[in-house]
Each structure stands twice: as C-alpha cells, then as structure tokens.
Design a protein around this ligand. Sequence first.
Ligand SMILES: Cc1ncc(COP(=O)(O)O)c(C=O)c1O
Length: 401
Amino acid sequence: MENLIWSTGHQLKFDNIVEANNCHLTDSSGNQWVDLESGVWSTSIGHSNPRIAKLISEQAGKLMHTGFCYCSALNDRTSKKILEINSMPGGKCEFLTSGSEAVEYAMRIARRVSQKPLALTFSDSYNGAYGDVSMPDPSSWFIYDRFGCGCNDPVYGCSGNCKSFREIPFHEIGIFLLEPGSSSGLVRFASDSLINRIVHQVKSAGGIVVANEVTTGIGRTGKWFGYQHYQVNPGLVAMGKGLGNGYPVSAVAVSHEILNNPAFEGFHFSQSHQNDALGAAIAGEVIDIISENELVKSSEILGEYLKTSLLVLKEETTLIKEVRGRGLMLAIEFTSCADAIYNNLILKGFITGRRRGTEVLRLDPALTIDLGIIDQFIATLRGLLLELTDEKAQNTCTNNR
Ligand SMILES: Cc1ncc(COP(=O)(O)O)c(C=O)c1O
C-alpha cells in the first residue's frame, strides 16, 4: 500500500481482499475468512447481497444523485418504511451518507428546539467522528459516567438510585442523546431503570430524546432499534451503517412533535449528498429484505444461540471473564491474551472486532449468518482457548501459532 493513507487507528491486516459474499471474504490468492464484524458493523444482510447488488446496478443506470431543486419519489417511499419501523406516525426523514452526519444533523435539530443549554450523554458512548458530539464542550454537554457512580454494578452501571444520579443538573438539560449500544464501552447496555429515569426527567420537563441508532439499529440487537428495548419514544432517531448494508447512506427520522415545534421552522442543512436516490433505494431494499426474511427475529434467535454457546465456553476456561450483549451485538471480555486470541482467530479464518488496549473482542456478524458458521467459530475458539490456557499459565500467549 504505497499510495494509501491508513489513518483509521486500526492495524491493516489484509490489503488484497477481492471478493465478499455474505459473511465470507476472499483474497486474491483464494484465502477465505469469516467476517464476524460485518465490515464496520455495516453489512447487516451480508456482503454483496444479491438483491442489493441487482438494485444498485439497475438504479445506478437510472438515477443516483439528485439536486437542490429536484429529487426522486424513492426517498419518500423509503422514509415511509423508516417511520413505520420506528413507529413514528406523522414524522419525516432526511437521508445523508454517514452515521456521524446523521447524529450531527439530529443534534442540530435538537439544539434548535431545546429550551435548555445542556445535552446529556454517557461517557462510554461513541456518537460520531466530528461536530457537536466529537469533542463535547462542557458549556453544552453533561457527560455522565454511569460506571463511576455509587451503584457499583459492573454489568449495567448506574441504576439511577445513587447520589451521582441525583446530582445530574436536570434543570439545565434539554436533550438526552441515547446511544443504546455503548460502543466505546464495548457493548455494555444500560439498565432499564437508569434509562427510564433519565427519559422521565428530560421528557417531563419538555426535553427531547435523540436515539443514536447508527450501530444498534436495523435489527442488530434483536429489535429494529436499540431504544426499543426501553420505554422510550425518541423525538429524533439517527441511523446509518446497517441501513446501507455497506453502501454509505444514513438517515434521520424526526417525530411529528418536533416537526410541529415552532423552533423547527426554518431549519436548514445543506450538503451535496443529501436525499440521494441511490442511497434511499438501497435503504428501502435493505428494510424490505430484513422484513420479508424476518431477520430481526433471526438476530434475536441467532444472537441468543451464539451468546449461550459462548457462556458454555466460559465455564470451560479461565480465559473468558464475561460474555455480554443483545441480539447479534456481542462482546467477549477475556481475563488476558485478547491480542493473541484475535490474531490466532485470524490465522484460523475468523475476523472479530478488536480495540487495542482492552481485553475485548466484538462479534457483530451479519443477520444472515448461519448456524453452521457459528458452530465452526465456537469450535475454533474452544480449541484455541485450550491451547492458550497452558501458555497463559506461563504468561506467554503467542500471536502466531
Ligand atoms: C454508535 C455510533 N454512532 C455513530 C457512529 C459514526 O458513524 P460513521 O462512522 O458512519 O460516521 C458510529 C461509528 O462507529 C457508532 O458506532
């Protein structure tokens, strides 16, 4: 890679992938890997999904991009589908390209409509690469550390029943930005009681809930959206990643209440790739494929199967500390050796999600993964953990067996 900048912060492992099919990647020499990370948690219905590939080639030959004074009816049709799966009658959508843009767009509307100076989010949330959320300014954000409070629950963190919670300045908070998957916190879902209490406090004072569904949306957690695990009706929902199945399209759904708020009037946001026809067509087809094949249910069932298999494995080894997650958004936390496990899994044909400096591997496979692949992965991991247990005893976990 002489001419390419690789600034992602992640190590480049392969530079010659030529083909991808559902959960499999193939390189130019014919080697194959199972992608248990779905690219960057994006290929919700599998790499190179044939229906999406067909739609792209047909739609690209008709209309891809539109302009400031014209658009396609496709956008309206996909908006309707997005509003339906969010149960947002009377709402509207706008299409963008990345998750960061969608969250930024949603926050701009929320800030405009909010009557109060602060927005609240959790310190273990990731909300985007730039804009309002990327470097939260203390004059406009209250960042709550739900694992640093007095509740001392290592799994769910704060339950909303402690001194730190009571000290949250709700009188100044008009927005709750909920990222239900704790991406930075590596898949630590918040307790019902914490979310319900925050939502109650914010909403009863006329505030707004913004759901960041970039990662947790589109069936990933066994429901269409992560917020649907809680008692929440968000005013704004930001979506991305799985919505385009690898194609860069994102969307924001805005509720009827927000649209009718006088402060919304005159809202302006303008960029080149906004409400593009191709992105909207792909998003609509992804939603149809998921609905027709009941893939949200599959995510729940397959996720439960994968999690249960991992929990069985946990009983067999001292290397696994915790298995957590919802649907097909799971994390395995090891007691040690995560780097060696990650690298050896790649050598054995499995790509998992890894963030350096942690002992965690993430599993976010396509909703179309089959049981056979899950079983192969579990068998491979079991074998590897057995081999590594001895090494761990000697403190010599090696990356290349
Ligand atoms: C929860 C969450 N929000 C927002 C984003 C930003 O999305 P994108 O990388 O598409 O801009 C991400 C990306 O990983 C994410 O996980």
